[in-house]
Ligand binder design. Structure first.
Ligand code: FMN
Length: 381
């Protein structure tokens, strides 16, 4: 197995087969199947919402590379008059800087520094992107999911239902066939905003927002809530997860906020915090989980999976300088997949074979199964 893995790693540097999950199944008897928002995926690796899912060309590259899913950039909700209460998040900013971000202890990692926020073009452009995503999804080439930031009121205020209704109806109209899948973003800049100073206010959002989206949708809808890393302790982070039971899935957790620089960041601080919080959760309490944060190796995918995540969403690792990937050819999504899956020490296959050797993952009907990794984690039932 190890010799085969070395060989595959080398030959796929030039050209990763699009249907690598079938190859992995045949060669290693490893079943990479995963799940996001109730949909079965050929493997766990998807693209997180952001600057890498802004146009149809990026989605086409993702489908060609063989990513399992892509979440579109976050749209800022509006009502039928075009009014947006969260309009402060629809600002334009194009410059991103990929930087090294070491932890306090000096461990090197990567982050992307960027001052922008949500989708900054007209709703109509976003709907065209949703339609392109729908076509890829229907063709079985790439599951595409829109992301929205809807109105979040202060405690004494009502929800602006008109924004929920209008925006969700527009998305449903573009998607056409049920179910509609939607991710709701709670972003790091929101975590850093005065709106998120109040714990009771945050808990009310988490309880209410999935209900608001369901009530607003003209067709059956599945809701993933992407939780922010709030500026409170780990216990409150677990409380947030507990309080969001109305969601079908939780994305855990969006980037940290650096109040001194006024920017969001990732790297090891992010994955340390995320994994620590997930580890502290009681079993059997959570809806489906999807991990995000510093996923730069197959080993990191396994760390999230063993804490209950049934898929992962990657952003920063798709943006590294080309010299950081072992592959010599291909788009960044292809090169990233190659490293994440086939790296002979740090890849997903190597990690799953190690877990088998340690007796921590057992073959079922001859196969090692990705979805067995979190079997003892937090999923209800
Ligand atoms: C430049 C940039 C823009 C992002 N924009 C969004 C966004 O619009 N909506 C969202 O939900 N997450 C957004 N994110 C967060 C990512 O989706 C992802 O969850 C986060 O960066 C952690 O993953 P990573 O460590 O692989 O980057 C953004 C991240 C970056 C780096």
């Amino acid at each position: 197995m190890r010799a085969k893995l070395e060989r595959d790693f080398d030959r796929f540097k030039r050209d990763l087969p699009r249907d690598f999950p079938a190859h992995v199944r045949e060669t290693y008897r490893i079943d990479l199947r995963a799940r996001y928002l109730g949909e079965v995926l050929p493997h766990p690796i998807g693209k997180a919402s952001g600057q890498l899912s802004l146009n149809a060309g990026q989605l086409e590259d993702d489908a060609a590379a063989g990513l399992a899913f892509a979440v579109l950039k976050t749209l800022i909700a509006e009502d039928e008059t075009g009014a947006r209460t969260m309009g402060a998040w629809a600002i334009h900013e194009s410059k991103m800087k990929v930087e090294r971000r070491p932890t306090d202890a000096g461990r090197p990692g990567w982050t992307v520094t960027w001052k922008g926020r949500g989708w900054d073009r007209p709703l109509g452009d976003y709907l065209a992107l949703v339609r392109a995503g729908r076509d890829l999804t229907r063709a079985g080439r790439l599951l595409v999911v829109p992301s929205v930031k809807y109105h979040l009121p202060r405690l004494a205020e009502p929800f602006r239902e008109a924004e929920y209704r209008y925006t969700t109806a527009q998305l449903a109209d573009a998607w056409r066939e049920p179910p509609l899948l939607v991710e709701k973003d709670f972003s790091p800049t929101l975590a850093g905003d005065a709106l998120a100073d109040d714990r009771a206010q945050i808990l009310r959002w988490l309880e209410e927002v999935p209900r608001q989206i369901r009530a607003a949708s003209p067709m059956p809808v599945r809701v993933a809530v992407k939780l922010m890393n709030a500026r409170f302790d780990d216990r409150f982070q677990v409380e947030m997860m507990d309080g969001c039971r109305g969601a079908n899935a939780l994305v855990v957790f969006n980037r940290l906020f650096d109040p001194k620089r006024g920017v969001a960041y990732g790297g090891w601080d992010l994955s340390d915090r995320n994994l620590r919080v997930l580890k502290g959760m009681a079993p059997g309490v959570s809806p489906e989980l999807t991990g995000t944060g510093n996923i730069c190796s197959g080993r990191m995918i396994l760390a999230y999976a063993r804490r209950g995540c049934e898929s992962v969403q990657v952003h920063t690792f798709f943006q590294l300088p080309l010299s950081e990937y072992p592959a010599t050819h291909g788009t960044r999504p292809q090169r990233a997949l190659h490293a994440l899956v086939f790296h002979p020490q740090d890849g997903l296959i190597a990690g799953m074979l190690d877990l088998e050797a340690q007796g921590e993952l057992v073959r079922q009907g001859g196969d090692l199964r990705f979805l067995d990794l979190g079997a003892h984690a937090h999923r209800a039932g």
